[in-house]
Design a protein around this ligand. Structure first.
Ligand code: 5AD
Ligand code: SF4
Length: 502
């Protein structure tokens, strides 16, 4: 039985390009592609359960995650919901009884990749069918939400299209599929709370975990699909978040990154029944014993309230790192983007943050080639980058998204101009990134070790500023915060020596 299974898997694998089961990077336009502090490593940590040798009869689920950290969190929660049903996660798509593409709709390229993967999954499904194996194919995430039925029309191989608010119903839909129902599409925004319906968290793979605290966005930047795919802002109540944080800490987590499309717009219900700000939530979470570090992403400049700025000075567990997208340095473009802030507002805000936390590392998102962007507008973006001095930044070519106001604006910028501006901006940003890392050499920093490195005897952790730090050290340091003297800075990481072992 087993040799036949192995032969079948080999046949399937040889018919599928390796790319399909490789993890999807956010986007090749990311300026510091290889160094994706919150994304690449954590995505690579998936699948969580494959460390456990699955029983031969267990059902396998393969999950490919596209896009942002919120999708990474959602993939983990889907995996946990499926574990209750007896599914074990696999990194090998060829043996998957269920393949889930957790998709991103933010730029055209990310959305289109889903369809090329679905073409490959179609071949996989028919190969498996030849040996009597059923394969259910699910499209989840923002493409599912935005395109719904259209996905099944374009790719009839898809069995289930599931919007982000319906993950808790995954087991129910699978049982309906097994019962013979054809292509199911669910993109409603249900009344029930998916977070309440999802099972408890499973053991942590890393000392650092994500915690979604807020979803959706009401800002309606004219380029962005998020308000349409993820809906209006919704914040989870403080008590539920503190409970989830405690559960994660009990499972070995030491650092939490609070996630939300507009996380600093957080306004979840507190114990007194009133809305709590993000700063208030951070204070509650900081009181969880054993939790040592808190981060949050991603923020909007307009929601950077005084109490949140103050929290950076007062809350020891809040790390000195702030991801604050500014999108463009031109006021004219910012107005057309409906950002409701100017370049000067942004600079003043950073002054306020740096006044209370001078060492804070800043990162940002920038779009080049927004409709109507002139050379002078672009130059204003470059100037702002130089003025602020970002530790990291992600820049993107503007991508027209159907249904968003900017997609029908006059003055769409040519691909060639966008590419040229992106390259110029990336050169400036990479310079800043190198300088930021080089300035760490000779300093001693507390590093949270998250896991073993690629080479034996090597450990990988993060500095307070989210820099990747590699040292030689044993597994006893995993989950610990240890002082490290930084000896060298590479393009994407630092290396150093554990204090006391020098
Ligand atoms: N085109 C290019 N970049 C976009 N982003 C959002 N929508 C678009 C778009 N249509 C970028 C913004 C945002 C980040 C998550 O993605 O910079 O902050
Ligand atoms: Fe999109 Fe962020 Fe603007 Fe909301 S604030 S519309 S998520 S870019």
């Amino acid at each position: 039985m087993l040799p036949r299974r192995t032969a079948l898997l080999q046949e399937i694998r040889s018919n599928l390009p390796e790319a399909l089961w490789k993890l999807e990077e956010w986007d090749s336009e990311r300026s510091l592609d290889d160094f994706e502090p919150l994304l690449a490593d954590d995505v690579a940590a998936h699948p969580r359960q494959s460390d456990v040798e699955p029983r031969p009869e267990a059902k396998r689920v393969f999950i490919k995650t596209f896009g942002c950290q919120m999708n990474v969190y959602d993939s983990e929660r889907m995996s946990e919901a499926l574990a209750v049903e007896g599914y074990v996660e696999t990194a090998d798509v060829a043996e998957a009884d269920l393949a889930i593409l957790n998709t991103c709709h933010i730029r055209e390229k990310a959305a289109e990749k889903v369809y090329s993967d679905l073409g490959r999954l179609r071949d996989l499904k028919s190969l498996r069918a030849k040996s009597g194996k059923e394969t259910f194919i699910t499209v989840a995430g923002c493409v599912a939400q935005a395109e719904g039925d259209e996905i099944v029309r374009r790719a009839p191989v898809v069995d289930l299209v599931l919007g982000p608010q319906n993950y808790h119903r995954l087991p129910e839909f699978l049982s309906r599929l097994r019962g013979g129902e054809a292509a199911l599409v669910e993109t409603a925004f249900p009344d029930e709370d998916k977070f309440k319906a999802l099972p408890a968290r499973s053991p942590a793979k890393s000392a650092s975990a994500f915690l979604t605290v807020q979803e959706g966005c009401d800002k309606f930047c004219t380029f962005c699909v998020v308000p349409y795919t993820r809906g209006m802002e919704f914040s989870r109540p403080v008590a539920a978040l503190v409970e989830e944080a405690r559960a994660l800490v009990a499972r070995g987590v030491r650092e939490l990154t609070l996630l939300g499309q507009n996380v600093n717009g957080y306004h979840g219900e507190g114990a007194d029944g009133h809305a709590t700000t993000l700063a208030g939530l951070i204070r509650h979470l900081a009181s969880v014993d054993g939790l040592q570090r808190i981060r949050y992403t991603t923020s909007h400049p307009r929601d950077m309230t005084d109490d949140l700025v103050a929290a950076h000075a007062e809350e020891e567990k809040l790390m000195p790192y702030l991801h604050l997208p500014f999108q463009s340095g031109s006021d004219r473009v910012l107005a057309a983007m409906n950002r409701k802030h100017t370049a000067d507002d942004y600079l003043r805000l950073i002054e306020r943050v740096r006044a209370v936390r001078p060492d804070i590392a800043m990162s940002t998102d920038i779009i080049v080639g927004f409709p109507g962007e002139t050379d002078a507008d672009f130059q204003a973006t470059v100037d702002l980058v130089k003025t602020v001095g970002f530790a990291y930044a992600y820049c993107f070519k503007y991508s027209a998204r159907p249904g968003t106001p900017a997609s029908s604006m006059d003055g769409q910028v040519s691909e060639a101009v966008k590419r040229e501006r992106l390259e110029r901006l990336q050169a400036v940003l990479e310079d800043g990134h190198r300088q930021f890392n080089a300035a760490s050499v000779g300093k001693t920093m507390p590093v949270l070790f998250e896991k073993a490195g690629r080479q034996t005897g090597q450990l990988v952790g993060r500095s307070p500023y989210l820099q990747l730090v590699q040292v030689d050290g044993g597994p006893e340091f995993i989950g610990e915060i240890v002082d490290v003297e930084i000896r060298a800075a590479g393009a994407n990481s630092l290396s150093g020596v554990i204090r006391g072992s020098m």
